[in-house]
Design a protein. Structure first.
Length: 157
């Protein structure tokens, strides 16, 4: 699926404007020339500028480029199934991760994604387990992100 640049530009403009609106309430740090709003503000200005350029570009090309073009994958049941599994995995993580825990939830999600992408089952299980452990180590141990343990709370390290 391909959107005209003007549509993406409007989305970027809206996102940049939302960030600029949100950072208005960030407090200034006494004695500091910059505050916590500086970097988000710079990124928001960049988003707004890029969005405006995309709107102008898309508006100029509107006569010979449609607003929306569907790709061939939209007609493929396999690709539609992969999209449904991907979106469903996000909902499943939100619903189940606190109760089930990060490790089992992430392993099940990766396994489902590997299966729908036609990875052989044995390799899919091995990759799902290894990737889950690596991701858990990176986020829990290195970055100190508090991932939920759920059912594995008695075995938390």
């Amino acid at each position: 699926m391909k959107f005209n640049d003007a549509i993406i530009g409007v989305v970027l403009l809206a996102l940049g404007a939302a960030v600029l609106f949100a950072i208005r309430g960030f407090p200034n740090i006494p004695g500091q020339p910059v505050g916590p709003a500086l970097f988000p503000g710079l990124i928001a200005i960049g988003l707004c500028t890029t969005g405006a350029l995309l709107v102008v570009s898309g508006w100029r090309q509107r006569s010979h480029r449609p607003w929306l073009t569907w790709d061939d994958w939209v007609r493929s049941p396999r690709h539609i199934a992969a999209l449904v599994v991907l979106l469903g995995s996000v909902v499943f993580y939100i619903a189940a991760s606190n109760w089930l825990g990060f490790l089992p939830t992430a392993a099940l999600i990766l396994l489902a994604l590997f299966v729908v992408l036609r990875v052989p089952p044995g390799r899919a299980v091995l990759l799902a387990v290894i990737a889950t452990i690596v991701i858990h180590f990176a986020f829990y141990k290195l970055l100190r992100v508090p991932l939920p343990w759920g059912l594995l709370t008695p075995y938390a390290w």
